[in-house]
Design a protein around this ligand. Sequence first.
Ligand code: ADP
Length: 242
Amino acid sequence: MIRLLREIPEARAVPRRGLIHLYGVRKVYPGRGVVALRGVDLTVGQGEFVAVVGPSGSGKSTLLHLMGALDRPTSGDIYFRGVSLRSVANLAAFRLRTVGFVFQSHHLLPVLTAAENVEVPLIARGVSRRQRRKRAQELLARVGLAHRARHYPGELSGGESQRVAVARALANDPPVILADEPTGELDSATAAEVMEVLAGLHVEGRTLVVATHNPEVVAAAERVIVLRDGRIAAIRMQEGRG
Ligand code: ADP
């Protein structure tokens, strides 16, 4: 029997310049059968800064979760550097070395200091205690919080906590940072501080995909993906960015 080429993911030509490729990605949540993504084709380039916008419920978080291998698509394919995520058995190990996540809430562990929170992903990779401490200190300095290393999340402002979360996302030096409404709970001045840190990551060559409603974050991106009802409704290039 002849199978159509498009039915054989391995047989597809994989473009070279992109870092993450999505082909016909659909996501149906089990249970109520909500169709969150209805066939998304998208390439995110190496070092690109992409903003994902769209009304609440349009599929932004789902898209980020799938790109970051937090979840698997119902159908369609996702490739990371030409490797199909279908072939990755241990998604947790894959995530540890590939993506850093920043969420709307910082999700810091309240019983750990800022530095210890940044160390958590390093523990998972078996990094020695001494190396962990050094790395956490460097990363906190990087986000302007060296002086807060021994503070607990309850002693930090919202913006500081979010910057610690960015430092934690960077712990394993991932090539990609995925941020889901990273400024959603912050006032505009604090949001600008977090945005500056994120924009700095892009400048140093990291790939950045940010789901956001914040017009300033959108304005800083090189490309804007507009989602509507689980589909890409528009893609805007923003000249002179990046
Ligand atoms: P956005 O980030 O744009 O607000 P989401 O990706 O969170 O959109 O949600 C897309 C759709 O999928 C919505 O209709 C939402 O209710 C639904 N959804 C999201 N997560 C789940 C889940 N875990 N179980 C069931 N439905 C979900």
